[in-house]
Design a protein around this ligand. Structure first.
Ligand code: GLV
Length: 383
């Protein structure tokens, strides 16, 4: 019998995707070299050439994270998938997770822990952290290095040692910071580190580099229960990525091969520039931006200079203005994305991300001009 639902008219039109300046907290613009890499032919997810590209990705991740961990690979999915991969594999039901909260990502980590029937507790500063480690005896401590919702860069030194003293694994989210601020996974005693492809790496969203230390692997591979997710089960993923001792790689899921090509190329771009150069460039451009914001009369949300994330800047939402009108005006008039707050910073800030190849003084000038124009033309109530 004939189908009762006709082909949709909308699919008969050509798809339209505009060019846009992506200066929000991500995704960032994808440069031609990385876009072109993604346009290579699709081959099999188990073909030797794909395994070779995956192996190059592993080396790139080891460099980017500054780690020798052999269990370093990319999860098929965004940063959230890597976050769940970290938590679902390392924590068993009934265990305790300690969550450092300096924005939305801690809240999300707690939510994930709750879903697997782990208990969680929050802590917000160093003293509380020490007390909380000895009191709650968590198996995992979560911390966002770069909190994209509040624009805070959290120091990492010393925390790994402290966690290990209490038999706890140290999990760090560096989605918004990696490549833009120093992270030394091995030296800093980080047990699980993950990021996303769509920020400083300038690759399309959809792959999430992650790495597990030997200590983390010990915990994962000696679980009493199976991890709740088949898709994110570390023993399957480690085998698919050739990180274990098994002679054969077994089909687990169909790796997004074109996303792997883009990720490989984005890691090559980072390796070409060099981590130290990239960190320095992001810091310099951020400082230039912050000075420019202050000369427009705007205020930075993070007062302490050292605690400012160089990749994503949070600006106090200008008093008297509706932040949504500002972001919409800038999108419409300047074809440029900046965003409002997220989670605890919603309504309080504007957020500007200048990440990877977007991090340049020319782009800062463009954002400053757009903000100046918006402050002049958007509606201002008398306060
Ligand atoms: C996403 O990472 C965001 O900070 O909006």
């Amino acid at each position: 019998s004939p189908v009762s639902i006709p082909p949709p008219q909308c699919l008969k039109k050509r798809m339209v995707v505009p060019q846009r300046y992506m200066f929000g907290p991500g995704p960032s613009n994808v440069p031609p070299r990385i876009l072109e890499a993604g346009a290579n032919p699709v081959i099999g997810h188990m073909h030797p050439e794909t395994f070779e590209i995956m192996s190059q990705i592993k080396s790139g991740i080891q460099y980017m994270f500054q780690t020798q961990n052999r269990t370093s690979f990319a999860v098929s999915g965004t940063g959230h998938t890597a976050m769940e991969c970290a938590i679902f594999n390392t924590v068993e039901p009934g265990e305790n997770v300690l969550v450092g909260v300096n924005g939305i990502w801690g809240e999300r980590a707690a939510d994930m822990a709750q879903r697997i029937e782990a208990t969680y507790c929050y802590c917000s500063c160093c003293v509380v952290r020490l007390q909380a480690l000895s009191k709650h005896r968590p198996v995992l401590f979560f911390l966002a290095h770069g909190e994209s919702s509040t624009g805070v860069l959290h120091p990492l030194d010393g925390i790994g040692d402290l966690c290990h003293k209490y038999g706890c694994l140290f999990l760090v989210d560096c989605v918004a910071s990696i490549g833009g601020a120093p992270v030394y996974m091995d030296q800093q005693g980080i047990d699980i580190l993950y990021t996303g492809s769509q920020k400083v790496l300038n690759a399309p969203p959809g792959t999430a580099p992650i790495s597990f230390s030997e200590r983390a692997c010990q915990k994962v591979f000696n679980r009493r229960t199976k991890p709740v997710s088949f898709f994110l089960d570390l023993s399957w993923l480690a085998n698919y990525w050739g990180c274990d001792d098994k002679p054969q790689r077994i089909y687990h899921h169909t790796g997004p091969v074109t996303a792997f090509y883009s990720l490989r190329e984005s890691l090559a771009v980072l390796a070409d520039e060099g981590l130290e150069n990239s960190w320095e460039r992001h810091q310099k451009v951020a400082e230039y931006f912050h000075t420019g914001l202050e000369s427009l009369g705007l205020k930075l949300f993070v007062k302490e200079k050292r605690a400012r994330l160089p990749t994503v800047t949070t600006i106090v939402s200008p008093p008297g203005y509706d932040w949504k009108e500002i972001t919409s005006y800038i999108m419409k008039k300047h074809n440029l994305e900046i965003s409002g707050g997220l989670g605890p910073s919603l309504g309080l800030v504007l957020r500007v991300g200048l990440m990877g190849f977007n991090s340049s003084e020319a782009n800062v000038d463009m954002v400053l001009e757009a903000l100046r124009d918006a402050l002049q033309h958007c509606h201002r109530s008398k306060v």
